[in-house]
Design a protein around this ligand. Structure first.
Ligand code: CA2
Length: 150
């Protein structure tokens, strides 16, 4: 099983600014955490971070051709604006889980709207790095169960 983890704009700034909201750990530490989790769960993983909406759409489309089994996505600010990312997730029809480090529903009203939540199998927020682990384990179980039904 192979999972693609996508992180959106400014998440490469983790640990550098705003530690009160996003924690003190860096983006490199997030990637190590994800890779370690995937090794434990025997899941293959590819991670990418982009500040560009179109690059994220391209990565979601490429996941279809690469036979990716599941997508974990933190679209960051694009969560609240991007119909293009929602449409790409719909188009590829790969089970996806949305993750946010912070609890978007406890923050400003504009963060309460999440386009990817309309298609994602699960939304996880406010759990920091742990949310990514939960997402990977959820997808592993989801994909295994769905394969059993064929
Ligand atoms: O809580 C999350 O994970 C968010 O997706 C993070 C986004 C924000 O726009 C969403 O509403 C919630 C922002 C990511 C910015 O990351 C930074 C990290 C460190 C310093 C500055 C920004």
């Amino acid at each position: 099983m192979k999972v693609l983890v996508i992180n959106g704009p400014n998440l490469n700034f983790l640990g550098i600014r705003e530690p009160d909201i996003y924690g003190a750990q860096t983006y490199a530490q997030l990637i190590s955490f994800i890779e370690k989790t995937c090794k434990q769960e025997e899941v293959e993983v590819e991670c990418l971070q982009s500040n560009h909406e179109g690059a994220i759409v391209d990565a979601i489309q490429q996941a279809y051709f690469d036979h990716i089994d599941g997508i974990v996505i933190n679209p960051a600010a694009y969560t609240h604006t991007s119909v293009a990312i929602l449409d790409a997730l719909k188009a590829v029809s790969i089970p996806a889980v949305e993750v946010h480090l912070s609890d978007i529903y406890e923050r400003e009203a504009f963060r309460h709207i999440s386009y990817p939540s309309l298609i994602c199998k699960k939304s996880i927020y406010g759990k920091g790095f742990e949310g990514y682990r939960e997402a990977i384990i959820f997808l592993k179980e989801y994909v295994t169960k769905n394969q059993d039904t064929y």
